[in-house]
Design a binder for this molecule. Structure first.
Ligand code: C2E
Ligand code: CA
Ligand code: CA
Length: 729
């Protein structure tokens, strides 16, 4: 409404401005056109006057006009030559010679003659003959001979000669001119007008007007003037300009309506133009806004929507997370899940089918979650959910239901392939960044994936600490090896009866920061995972080789030393060559090196294990089976593999003292192994009772705290060479 008012006011203002500018412009044009018309009119009169003057010379010369026919003939010819309507001579005695016949009143003739002779020339507009009615323009000059007046030569012009000059052609024929006397009396007009004196006429419409008085004054002073005033039924611009003769004025007039029409026309055109520009402008703005909204939507879609499932993507989740968490008042759990072996679905059923499964998962999740919760697809088959959380049990029940629904709805059709989902849950308890929560949920997921059924795990702080510690170990292991932080401890293998040292096992120790000794159980499993164990074992072998070589050089006693080798070496083709290179480097006799391999190596590939053991034997190394009885030991392997000795695991022996059944099993196993000619080493012997029993059933050697703990090299050398027998002391 207000906008419409403003627009209307604007239009009115614009209209006024246009009208004013146009009026000013038109006034200038009227004045210019008036000037031009006046000068044309003056020129016409002057030309006629000059022609008339030159004709007068000829007429004077032919005086006395004895042959009247000759004079009239001359006049006729000159009339045709020039633009006069009629030429005539009035003699002093009022005799009339005319170029063509015409009636004149005697008063007309007398008056022309008298006025001409009086002034030398004469110009007027008047009625020549009341019978023909029309006014004529009369121009005349006096004729003289030897200073004596002879008469008058006069010419008549009809209105059609001067009337074209009274039309303002520059104003598109909308305007016209009048010739007046200074008094305002009408002299000539292009057509009949309803007044005789212009000032009296204007007086009627503008009685007592100051403007009119000023106009009269200006005109009487012979100056130009421009006014707008009602005249002859219309308001007009009137331009008064003096002519050169008779004190006449030309009044050029143009109806103001002409200006209004033009203003109207211009205003309408401008309005149409304005409206068009306005329309184009707004269309453009609308288009730009529309395109912006469209591209924003597109941008949002690419930035925040997962193309495949139409679900939110990870970016969107990150953005929404704080607000959603606040809406759940912190009682929330972050759940991450993935489909076990999703790649198999793709491989077996094609990507198209795999995609359908993901789309259905998204659909199920959409139906499952409430408005204050959210979810997104993280990558491939990974989805993240932020769920309301009250307690573990209800969340587990909910995830179980969700799992059932997903399995039901997303199972690949026409195949019996059921999708298998694992969930990792982080119960949000502290204010930590989103990505850390996600890491924790991931950690739980990794654990859940290892489960065989009900694959759902909650994040456990201990797991994180363990992983951090593992990471710490991994980060420092290279430097530790370079710095020599790994040390060899030797644990003696002793004769039961005498306690005499018959050998030793090399056990690694990590001398950590501040002299803290780290036991192998804390880092060996990590090194087994990352492969570092391959280098560590070789390092230990080299240390042992160097030690044996040093003993020899020093003339000390040498005993065989067992080195533990991880099962990873068995798949490494460099294993035996590397061993040989190291041992030979120090010139150590091969029979002094014993290789300890755990039972598990054999399960993987019996034939390969046989091959390796054969090569070790071929190179003179003896081979021991470590940790016998700790896992799923099978006596069966013993028949296929040529071990030189077997180490009974301490777990195998645990608590046998009070268990006659266990004693029988151990006894049977030992007897059986002995029949194969394999030596038996009992590990973890801690009590005399154990030692007696094991010795009694025929074990060959003992390795355990009863006899000796793992010793530093210095302590070991000391004991070895002092001859003291550890367990016996
Ligand atoms: P293992 O080969 O079975 O080594 C024997 C383990 O039993 C040693 O633990 C030893 O200290 C411990 N032990 C010996 N006597 C007794 C006893 O009377 N009572 C008890 N409770 N324990 C006893 P350690 O040194 O902590 O080594 C643990 C495991 O780490 C070893 O078990 C071995 O499998 C592995 N390991 C140690 N050093 C190396 C190495 O250089 N290379 C590889 N691959 N593994 C190693
Ligand atoms: Ca061992
Ligand atoms: Ca062992």
């Amino acid at each position: 409404m207000a906008a419409a008012g403003v627009i209307a006011a604007g239009v009115v203002f614009y209209w006024q401005q246009v009208s004013e500018i146009l009026a000013a412009d038109v006034k200038l044009n009227v004045a210019a056109a008036g000037k031009e018309a006046a000068s044309d009119f003056d020129r016409l009169l002057e030309t006629d006057e000059q022609v008339l003057a030159s004709l007068a010379l000829t007429v004077q010369d032919s005086y006395p006009w004895a042959d009247s026919a000759q004079l009239t003939d001359f006049l006729r010819r000159q009339t045709n030559h020039n633009y006069f309507k009629l030429l005539g001579v009035i003699t002093a005695d009022k005799k009339l010679y005319l170029s063509s016949h015409r009636n004149f009143t005697s008063a007309f003739v007398a008056d022309i003659s008298a006025r001409t002779l009086e002034q030398g020339k004469y110009l007027s507009v008047r009625q020549a003959d009341p019978l023909d009615g029309a006014d004529v323009l009369v121009q005349s000059v006096a004729l003289y001979k030897d200073g004596r007046p002879l008469g008058t030569l006069f010419a008549l012009q009809l209105p059609d000669r001067y009337q074209p000059l009274l039309t303002l052609s520059a104003m598109g024929d909308k305007g016209s001119s009048l010739i007046i006397e200074r008094s305002g009396n009408l002299v000539l007009s292009p057509r009949k007008v309803g007044f005789k004196n212009i000032f009296s006429q204007l007086d009627k419409t503008l009685p007592g007007s100051k403007e009119l008085a000023k106009l009269r004054q200006t005109v009487s002073n012979g100056k130009t003037a421009l006014i707008s005033a009602p005249l002859d039924g219309r308001t007009r611009f009137l331009y008064f300009i003096p002519l050169e003769r008779n004190g006449w004025y030309m009044v050029s007039s143009l109806p103001t309506q002409f200006v209004e029409e033009r203003a109207q026309h211009l205003a309408v055109l401008s309005l149409i133009l304005f409206a068009s520009v306005f329309a184009i402008f707004f269309s453009l703005i609308f288009y730009i806004l529309h395109m912006r909204a469209y591209s924003n939507r597109q941008l949002f879609a690419t930035a925040f929507v997962d193309n495949l499932t139409g679900a939110d993507n990870f970016n969107r989740m990150c953005e929404m997370f704080p607000q959603k968490l606040a809406e759940l008042h912190g009682c929330a759990a972050l759940v991450i899940f993935d489909i076990n072996k999703f790649k198999v679905i793709n491989d077996l059923h094609g990507y198209e089918r795999g995609n359908q499964v993901l789309q259905r998962i998204a659909q199920v999740l959409r139906e499952h979650i409430s408005p204050d919760e959210c979810f997104c697809r993280l990558s491939a088959d990974n989805f993240i959910l932020l769920l309301k959380y009250t307690d573990r049990r209800s969340l587990l029940t909910r995830l179980h239901t969700l799992n059932t629904q997903l399995r039901r709805d997303c199972t690949v059709e026409d195949s019996c392939l059921m999708i298998d989902i694992a969930f990792g849950v982080y119960e949000i308890k502290e204010e930590i960044p989103f990505y850390i929560m996600l890491d924790r949920a991931h950690l739980a997921l990794e654990k859940a994936k290892k489960m065989s059924f009900d694959k759902c795990e909650f994040y456990d702080e201990a797991d994180r600490k363990r992983i951090v510690a593992e990471k710490q170990i991994e980060n420092t292991m290279e430097d530790a090896l370079r710095r020599g932080d790994f040390a060899v401890y030797l644990q003696p293998k002793c004769d039961f009866a005498t306690g005499e040292m018959r050998g030793a096992e090399a056990l690694v120790r990590w001398q950590g920061a501040g002299g803290k000794i780290v036991r192998p159980d804390d880092f060996i499993p990590i090194f087994e995972k990352n492969g570092f164990i391959l280098r560590l074992d070789m390092f230990i072998l080299e240390e042992v080789s160097r030690l044996l070589a040093a003993w020899k050089i020093k003339g000390l006693k040498q005993v065989p030393i067992a080195v533990n080798f991880s099962r990873l070496h068995l798949n490494d083709s460099r294993y035996i060559p590397q061993m040989l290179r190291l041992v030979n480097k120090y010139g150590v006799p091969h029979e002094l090196i014993e290789v300890e391999l755990t039972e598990s190596v054999i399960f993987n590939n019996l034939e390969h294990a046989q091959n390796i053991i054969r090569q070790l034997h071929g190179n003179g190394f003896s081979v021991a089976m470590d940790d016998f009885g700790s896992g799923y030991s099978s006596l069966n392997v013993l028949k296929d593999l040529q071990f030189d000795s077997i180490k009974l695991d301490k777990e195998f022996l645990r608590g046998f003292e009070h268990n006659p059944h266990a004693q029988k099993v151990i006894k049977g196993a030992v007897a059986m192994i002995k029949t194969l000619g394999i030596k038996i080493v009992a590990e973890g012997v801690e009590t005399r009772e154990q030692a007696d029993f094991l010795q009694g059933i025929g074990c060959n050697l003992a390795q355990g705290y009863l006899f000796a703990k793992p010793l530093t090299i210095t302590d070991f050398e000391h004991r070895l060479n002092s001859g003291s027998h550890p367990g016996i002391v």
